[in-house]
Ligand binder design. Structure first.
Ligand code: ADP
Length: 665
């Protein structure tokens, strides 16, 4: 069975479906995060490298300045070693030295014995040279090269002083030495350009990492970018340390970083939204698919045929049960317009009438009809029609559900036949009961006939004997008439019994209630006389006819009257009155049979109409059950009530024939 709707199978589910995009996005985010970090790192490296280069450059500058000073001292020393210049010239040259290098605080010329021969600049301390300076002097003599002392302090100068000892030789003879004292602070101040000092805090450190000179025009360094470089002075260990005032490059103010973070966040959010959306779609699809599967299973398992039609009556959907019902495949039905292939010729007028109603937008909600299979077999069905409304509330067609009522019809037919058989046997039972009475009753007319005919024969015999008496024709006629009447009555009794017992199909016709009552009168009178019951009839002649099976009505009446008569068997003979009355009202005709018998106890009333329920020793218990079925078969009702004067009233009501005709029309 093909379905009108189908949803493509989803991509097979699995964690890997999300894994690849998620990994890619994570990777992308990682790269995005890494890029600014990397940029920062590069910037940082660049600054560090710059600092190292600058430090090297400063070191070179300082070294160069000291070297220049050493050279000038060496030139002077050479001159002094060869010959001692005049005092003034010597002083001028020493002064020159102090002038060209501001960092030179003092120049002293010691002779070979260590006595001062000439001096310019800052006074020598009273204690003479410092310990480290004296060591440097000794070393310079041993190595015969210039040596620096370790930095030392002086009043107000921290440790910013170093001495340079240059030994002087004449040939191979030591002739003294020149000692220049440098102020390292001035060395820094004079030789480091201001822009470098602005960006970096510079310091000179001694062997014990003590700061011996410092320059920090731009404030203290941050300790982020630092570099140390030994000044590489012979004999002294002085290190140049630079510390940039710049901090580490900051990450966030960077526009690039900001936008990368915003973009990444946006990406993550939109990815999450997309994810949620897809998850919802997948969930909805799954739910829909489940519903579809459920619906299909339900439709396929249904025994009820389903058929959908559009507003023009074109078939848009059929389920398997419907196809089985009409014996045609779905392909031959879907898209078909009336006349349909399963329409049976005999019901064409019905189909067309209902199609007209459908086209008018007013389908018949429920009806019974018959379909024809391709092999000609007829299927009786019960159809329910309901409007099809789409999700916008628009009426788009009709949905019909059909029940195959073949079995029900069979069952009904069987029940009807059963009922008929029951009725026939009930009739026979009734007959058995009354046949004895019948024999007894027929005796009466037969005896009467016999005596009337005997009388008539007597009259004739007397005339024949020739007594001369004239033939009494009046008497003869009366006797024969009486005989005739009695014979007819006997005939009627026999005919009505015969009619009653005959089994036949129910036949509906316009029936007059007074005639029906007349028809059973003889039999009822027979029973009544037997039981000493007085009969009373109140049946207006002008009652409207009803549509009914005459014999069924007669049987009902006979049952009711017989029950009434039997109920009175124990009561006073004077009070044994059975009344049969009829009346018309509101398009109905009702017939009542009232007795003054023992009445009906509540526990009896409960089961009164049940088949085979009887309180009588000889009773079959079928009478009332058959009566009610027969009356309901005619669309009427059978009820009972207490008779106000004692006893019971049974009443059945039927529709008037004209009224019923109008209803059918
Ligand atoms: P049956 O007459 O064979 O018993 P019915 O179906 O005709 O079967 O009646 C069932 C029972 O209903 C009777 O046995 C009787 O007890 C009760 N019944 C029927 N008609 C009357 C009546 N007119 N008055 C009192 N009881 C009645």
């Amino acid at each position: 069975m093909k379905n009108a709707f189908s949803i493509p199978r989803p991509v097979p589910e699995g964690p890997w479906r999300w894994l690849v995009p998620v990994l890619l996005v994570l990777l992308f985010l990682l790269v995005l995060m890494w890029l600014p970090w990397q940029a920062r790192q590069m910037e940082s490296n660049e600054r560090q490298e710059q600092l190292i280069a600058d430090t090297l450059w400063v070191e070179q500058t300082l070294r160069f300045e000291l070297a220049r000073s050493e050279e000038a001292l060496a030139t002077l020393g050479n001159d002094l070693a060869v010959s001692s210049p005049p005092h003034d010239a010597l002083q001028a040259r020493l002064a020159q030295m102090l002038k060209t290098g501001h960092e030179v605080l003092r120049v002293v010329w010691f002779d070979a014995d260590g006595k001062v021969r000439a001096m310019r600049g800052m006074e020598l301390p009273a204690a003479g040279l410092t310990e480290s300076s004296r060591e440097a002097a000794a070393m310079s003599r041993t190595t015969r090269t210039g040596r620096y002392s370790d930095p030392y302090g002086a009043t107000g100068l921290m440790h910013g002083l170093v001495d340079f000892h240059l030994p002087l030789y004449h040939g191979r003879t030591y002739v003294g030495s020149l000692v220049a004292t440098y102020n390292l602070q001035i060395l820094l101040d004079e030789n480091v350009p201001w822009w470098f000092a602005q960006d970096n805090a510079l310091s000179l450190l001694d062997r014990d990492d003590r700061v011996v000179a410092r320059r920090a025009a731009g404030g203290p360094g941050r300790g982020v970018y630092t570099h140390k470089r030994a000044l590489d002075l012979p004999g002294a260990s002085i290190v140049l340390a630079t510390d940039s005032v710049k901090g580490a490059p900051r990450l966030l103010p960077n526009l690039l970083v900001g936008s990368v973070i915003v973009l990444a966040l946006g990406l993550v959010l939109s990815l999450a939204a997309l994810w949620r959306h897809i998850a919802r779609t997948v969930a909805a699809e799954n739910a829909l698919r489940q519903q579809m599967a459920f619906r299909t299973a339900m439709e396929n398992s249904l025994l009820t045929g389903l058929r959908a039609r559009d507003l023009e009556g074109r078939v848009t959907y059929v389920n398997p049960a419907f196809c089985r019902m009409v014996g045609l495949p779905a392909e031959e039905l879907i898209g078909k317009r009336p006349p349909m292939p399963y329409w049976a010729p005999e019901a064409m007028a019905d189909y067309e009438y209902r199609l007209r109603k459908v086209l008018e937008g007013d389908a018949v909600p429920q009806f019974e009809t018959v379909f024809q299979r391709p092999d000609g077999e007829r299927v009786p069905v019960l159809v329910f029609e309901a409007p099809l409304v789409d999700s916008h509330g628009r009426h788009t067609g009709w949905m019909s559900s059909m029940l195959d009522i073949t079995d029900r019809k069979h069952a009904e037919e069987l029940a009807r036949q059963q009922q008929e058989k029951l009725e026939a046997s009930a009739r026979l039972a009734t007959m058995g009961e009354i046949s004895s009475m019948l024999a007894h009753e027929l005796n009466q007319p037969l005896a009467a006939i016999s005596s009337y005919t005997a009388g008539a024969l007597n009259v004739l015999a007397r005339a024949d004997e020739g007594t001369g008496a004239p033939l009494d024709t009046g008497m003869l006629r009366r006797a024969l008439e009486q005989a005739n009447t009695q014979a007819r009555r006997a005939g009627q009794i026999i005919r009505s019994v015969h009619e009653f017992v005959k089994k036949r199909e129910p036949r509906r016709e316009r029936v007059s209630i007074p005639q029906v009552i007349d028809g059973i009168r003889a039999l009822v009178e027979l029973q009544a006389r037997q039981s000493y019951v007085t009969l009373q009839f109140a049946v207006p002649a002008g009652l409207p006819p009803v549509l009914a099976d005459r014999l069924l009505l007669e049987q009902v009446l006979l049952n009711l009257t017989r029950n009434g008569i039997e109920a009175m068997q124990g009561s006073d003979p004077e009070g044994r009155l059975l009344r049969i009355s009829a009346a018309a009202a509101d398009g109905h005709v009702s017939v009542s049979v009232s007795d003054h018998g023992h009445g009906i106890a509540p526990e009896v009333a409960e089961r009164l109409f049940s088949p085979f329920f009887s309180t009588k020793a000889e009773g079959m218990g079928m009478g009332l059950s058959i009566c009610r079925t027969a009356i309901e078969f005619h669309g009427g009702t059978l009820t009972h009530a207490d008779n106000p004067g004692g006893g019971t009233v049974f009443t059945f009501t039927l529709q008037q024939a004209q009224a019923e005709h109008a209803a059918l029309g």
